[in-house]
Ligand binder design. Structure first.
Ligand code: FEO
Ligand code: CA
Ligand code: CA
Ligand code: CA
Length: 604
């Protein structure tokens, strides 16, 4: 794997021991540092963070809460300068505000939460003294929040997306619960709106059975929401604005090179709890986007564009390429095992052919043609309905119910697609299949897919069945399980420039902190997991980016743990002492590395 040269971040490191330290831990011979924290200013003139005196106005120009996706583009015109784009998935008010009363949040607290959601674009500079990266108050810096205008495009636009404030159904305020994502070859960022259900509620009544069922399928409860946002803006009130909820749950595209640009929500890619959106480009320039729906028993999707890429990263090329996701076909996946069903008993024991594997098919749901006409492939549903109620379209065509499809990403070197299925403790013995072979699945699995990218068939196998390597129900690609790092709840997937796979975890059910692992996919070590980095207590390891010389992770929700409170937080990372925990972006590097032209290119 790793390439040669001093300071190169390769997979020859000595794995980190599983631990519960309230720290970021990296292997011997490596270092790490915080790049930017929740509340640090990102817009020139923005105020310094003051935990005890927060305001919505300050938060709107500061780094948001709970950083998740990270995308880094090198800046063409300046060596050792990079543009970082991150998602700020959600807020945890009881850990943000002293004296927070969940039954009666104040308007200021709610408006701070709106400003702490969304995304940040911030310029970074290599630190000359070591491998660190420091924020720069650059001209591209931008905050996108729950109130930033977006353009909603595609077949969802219509009667189901019109609201009182927006009779066109095309102009949406904000993006919410942006989880994983990806980047495009034309220099934009794709960001998945995930658990948007939690932001909507009502004390009024919603009685139409079809509407109640559609809300239920998306996990939206008819009743007061936990955050009570509907008290402060009626668009979050399901009884007052029935369609606002239909304007969230999309793949969002942001052009970080134009701070004045209006980001786009692409409804041709469907509406569900998009974990992300990652890109594979075929030889003829067709763009294929993969996206999982992170819910127990939900589906894997892909979109195949009918337009092809206009080369280059000029503003004109980007403008045209930002139309690529408007035209094409959306598919949902079925997985079929090749072993007899009687050999898949729910225990995790391998079937007699020695592998959880089989074939799959992509079932078309929705096509948008070059004239912009949308056609449904689902009997009984219009194109508009498929775009808005995509989960129900997947139900109707019999898609395979997976163990929470988290990040899914194609390898830049082999084209094989890797999907993290994080866990599913609700799967029963009667519900197992070869792709989801364990009941009460606490630890998840990683699927390797050999896809006919622009076609409709694929092969698949489980690369990892995660958990305690000493347990009989785990599988590490056939590698010697006594030599691997234990891994549980795989969530995010990334590739280094050499095509090496990296997987990070969320909610490790083995009793130690989450982390980032290298995973061998080829050769005699296939299935070997090596723990490279662990995050502090209660945190999730998000947005991993692994480059030839450095790795970046977003440390999300440090201190979020049962029994943790603002008076006695489970973590004091990163500021230490008695401080409150702050979600932050971290960079790690091999000791001796001090930057160099062309570094940080090629990661995904
Ligand atoms: Fe936001 Fe599915 O993790
Ligand atoms: Ca098999
Ligand atoms: Ca995730
Ligand atoms: Ca990823």
């Amino acid at each position: 794997l790793g390439s040669s040269g001093g300071g190169t971040l390769d997979t020859g490191f000595l794995p980190v021991s599983p631990n519960t330290a309230d720290a970021v831990t990296v292997p011997a011979g490596h270092s790490s540092d915080v790049v930017i924290r929740w509340g640090d200013p990102v817009i020139p003139g923005g105020p310094a963070f003051d935990f005890e005196n927060q305001s919505a106005a300050a938060q709107a120009v500061q780094y948001g809460f709970n950083c998740d996706l990270a995308v880094l583009f090198p800046m063409d015109d300046r060596d050792e300068r990079f543009l970082l784009t991150v998602n700020h998935e959600y807020t945890t008010e009881p850990m943000m505000f002293r004296g927070y009363d969940s039954a009666a949040p104040t308007r200021e607290q709610v408006e701070i939460a709106w400003a702490a959601h969304g995304m940040t674009v911030v310029e970074l500079a290599s630190r000359p003294s070591d491998g660190g990266l420091d924020p720069v108050m650059g001209s591209y810096n931008r905050r996108i929040t729950a109130t930033t205008p977006f353009e909603l495009r595609g077949p969802a636009v219509g009667a189901l997306t019109r609201t009182t404030a927006d009779p066109t159904g095309t102009r949406v305020l904000g993006t919410l619960n942006n989880c994983a994502g990806g980047h495009t070859p034309w220099g934009t960022v794709l960001s998945g709106e995930e658990n948007f259900n939690q932001y909507f509620g009502t004390t009024g009544s919603v009685t139409d059975p079809a509407r109640v069922e559609a809300l239920r399928r998306y996990g939206v409860s008819v009743g007061e929401s936990g955050r009570k946002w509907e008290r402060f803006d009626s668009r979050f009130d399901l009884a007052v604005e029935p369609h606002e909820v239909n304007r969230f749950g999309y793949v969002v595209e942001v052009d970080p090179w134009n701070p004045d640009s209006t980001p786009v929500k692409h409804s041709a890619l469907g509406r569900f709890k998009h974990e992300g959106g990652t890109v594979h480009v075929t030889a003829d320039g067709t763009v294929v986007i993969y996206s999982g729906d992170d819910e127990r028993f939900d589906y894997l999707y892909k979109f195949i564009s009918s337009r092809t890429i206009v080369p280059g990263r000029t503003p004109a090329a980007r403008e045209q390429n930002m139309r690529i996701l408007d035209e094409g076909t959306l598919y949902v996946a079925t997985f079929t095992g090749n072993s007899p069903a009687s050999e898949i008993d729910g225990s995790g024991a391998l079937p007699s052919d020695g592998a959880f594997d089989g074939t799959g098919a992509w079932i078309p749901l929705l096509t948008v043609d070059s004239a912009g006409n949308a056609v449904s492939h689902v009997p009984g549903m219009s194109a508009e309905e498929v775009a808005v109620y995509t989960r129900m379209a997947g139900d109707a065509v019999g898609a395979t119910k997976m163990d929470r499809p988290e990040d899914v990403e194609p390898s830049p070197t082999t084209g094989k697609v890797y999907m993290a299925l994080t866990n599913n403790t609700r799967r029963t013995v009667g519900q197992v299949d070869e792709a989801n072979p364990r009941h009460d699945n606490k630890h998840g699995q990683v699927v390797e897919i050999t896809d006919d990218h622009a076609g409709t068939t694929f092969g698949w196998n489980l690369l990892l069945v995660c958990g305690d390597p000493a347990a009989a129900d785990t599988y590490f690609g056939g590698f010697d399980k006594s030599k691997v790092s234990p891994i549980s709840c795989p969530d995010n997937v990334a590739f280094d420039p050499a095509g090496g796979l990296w997987v990070s975890t969320d909610g490790n059910a083995l009793g130690f902190n989450d982390g980032l692992y290298s995973v061998a996919t080829e050769g005699p070590n296939r299935g070997e997991t090596k723990l490279f980095l662990t995050v502090p207590v209660g945190a999730e390891t998000c947005g991993p980016l692994v480059f030839s010389d450095r790795a970046i992770v977003n440390v999300q929700h440090p201190g979020e743990k049962d029994g943790s409170s603002i008076e006695n937080p489970a973590s004091h990372w990163p500021d230490g002492g008695t401080s409150q925990p702050r979600p932050s972006t971290v960079v790690a590097w091999k000791d001796g590395f001090t930057g160099g032209t062309g570094s940080l290119s090629g990661g995904s």
